[in-house]
Design a protein around this ligand. Structure first.
Ligand SMILES: Nc1ncnc2c1ncn2[C@@H]1O[C@H](COP(=O)(O)OP(=O)(O)OP(=O)(O)O)[C@@H](O)[C@H]1O
Ligand SMILES: [Mg+2]
Length: 433
């Protein structure tokens, strides 16, 4: 619990954490040293200097009974200001004036006749009031005679060097952190299907992580290319004989057999175009700014035109553009809406703009997918038994896989759940903004 709450207040970025690691020790050292310095050294020195004043003040007080002449002579010799008779003084010492408090305490413990100490009226002068048999006497002398001059110089110096050192350390640290940030950016972009230029740099560990990332990236890229090439090659090459087959079949006298065969050929063509779609899913369509709500409206309108019961749910009131691959997103939504009307009857599309993401939701009133089958349904070529048994058309099992792929290439996710409103499947396509 405590660990959790501490974590919440720690900075999340590497920079913030590094700055904290840097600043906390420096500030702590400065606080401890300043405290010790003020407490020990500064106060002790003040007490000592004040104690040196005590005999001088005693001499002055001794001269009081000997008349005005003796008093002023003693005051001149001791270089003190003395007034008799004078007004009484209130005790005024600022609470943060630590050395002033030490002066007051030392003098009060040495002179029972001391009735007032004023260190406030003039910061550079100590004014004292003594109750003598001859009346109230005021004595004044420079503050520099009882406390060290400019004690804050050390503190200022310490703070200034501390700040300077922190700044220099931060600049160096930033150079060390930059390569890590660049690696993170490159990895993040690659996760979204973008290749940004990257060269390993920085400390050895970062460099080797960067090299490993580059190797991994090129291997994945090669594999993707091979997959795309193979799938599109096979599909393409199959098309020519299929076309010939179709042509040949349509030349035959038409009967029930040829109709069935033609149906099979049509189904194969559908499968092949699904393969091609899958292979193309991460083909390089450029990101461009567009409004996801517009795409959703377009998909819904197309589906309605095709006679499917697709409606729009809640839509954002204001248009909001974000960087997307519009064709890919539309393909994903078409797949999801197609599933919804194939396995259910009514489909509903809605868009919600969240703080960091946009959520496109596709709901239906079909049987849904049980919790433990959802992961499987997302895999390529996965068709659940229910769909097979119901004989729901000639699916390949690629629709959800393609949609998930497209979500991933935008840095987002595809989540399957249960629709509260319609009771069937609820698919959330979440795209980060
Ligand atoms: N809206 C839904 N309601 C119930 N089950 C679904 C729904 N959408 C998908 N499924 C199940 O998940 C499986 C995988 O779906 P997916 O879209 O990937 O393939 P498909 O629809 O069978 O074929 P394809 O979309 O490639 O033509 C489906 O076979 C079906 O069993
Ligand atoms: Mg499908």
């Amino acid at each position: 619990m405590t660990q959790f709450s501490i974590k919440r207040y720690l900075p999340r970025s590497l920079y913030g954490r590094a700055a904290l690691i840097l600043l906390v020790p420096i500030i702590t050292i400065q606080l401890v040293v300043s405290f010790a310095f003020i407490q020990r050294l500064y106060e002790d020195v003040t007490v000592q200097m004040t104690q040196n004043m005590v005999p001088q003040l005693e001499l002055l007080l001794d001269a009081v009974p000997n008349g005005e002449g003796a008093l002023s002579e003693a005051a001149d010799t001791l270089q003190l200001g003395a007034n008799l008779p004078a007004e009484a003084l209130k005790e005024r010492v600022r609470f943060y004036d630590l050395s002033g408090r030490a002066v007051r305490d030392t003098l009060q413990s040495s002179f029972p006749a001391l009735t007032g100490v004023d260190l406030v009226e003039n910061r550079k002068v100590v004014r004292l009031a003594f109750d003598t048999p001859q009346g109230m006497m005021q004595v004044s002398f420079p503050r520099s005679r009882v406390s060290a001059r400019n004690p804050h110089q050390l503190l200022v110096l310490m703070l200034a060097t501390g700040a300077l050192m922190t700044l220099i350390a931060y600049l160096f640290l930033r150079n060390q952190l930059k390569p890590i940030r660049r690696l993170a950016t490159a990895a993040e972009a690659f996760g979204k299907g973008q290749i940004v230029p990257y060269h390993p740099s920085g400390a050895n560990e970062v460099r080797s992580a960067g090299g490993a990332f580059l190797n991994m990236r090129s291997r994945i890229e090669r594999q993707t290319q091979q997959r795309t090439l193979m799938l599109s090659g096979v599909s393409h090459d199959l098309r020519t004989p299929l076309t010939r087959l179709k042509l040949g079949l349509s030349m035959q006298p038409q009967d029930a057999d040829t109709d069935a065969l033609l149906g099979d050929v049509g189904e194969m063509e559908n499968l092949i175009s699904a393969f091609l779609d899958f292979a193309r899913a991460d083909a390089t369509e450029e990101l461009e700014p567009c409004d996801p709500a517009d795409l959703v409206r377009e998909v819904a309108a197309n589906a309605q035109r095709a006679g499917q019961a697709v409606t729009l749910g809640t839509m954002p009131e204001e248009p909001g553009e974000m960087k997307l691959r519009p064709m890919a997103i539309k393909r994903a939504l078409e797949n999801l809406a197609g599933n919804a009307t194939r396995y259910g009857t009514n489909a509903r599309l809605s868009v919600e703009v969240l703080e960091t993401a946009v959520r496109i939701r596709v709901e239906d009133d079909g049987p849904g997918i049980p919790d433990d089958k959802r992961e499987e349904a997302l895999k390529p070529f996965a068709r659940l038994d229910a769909a097979r048994n119901q004989n729901k058309g000639s699916g390949v099992g690629l629709g959800l896989a393609i949609a998930a792929d497209i979500a991933r290439s935008h840095g987002g996710t595809l989540r399957l759940g249960e629709s509260e409103a319609l009771g069937g499947l609820c698919v959330d396509l979440v795209l980060p903004r």
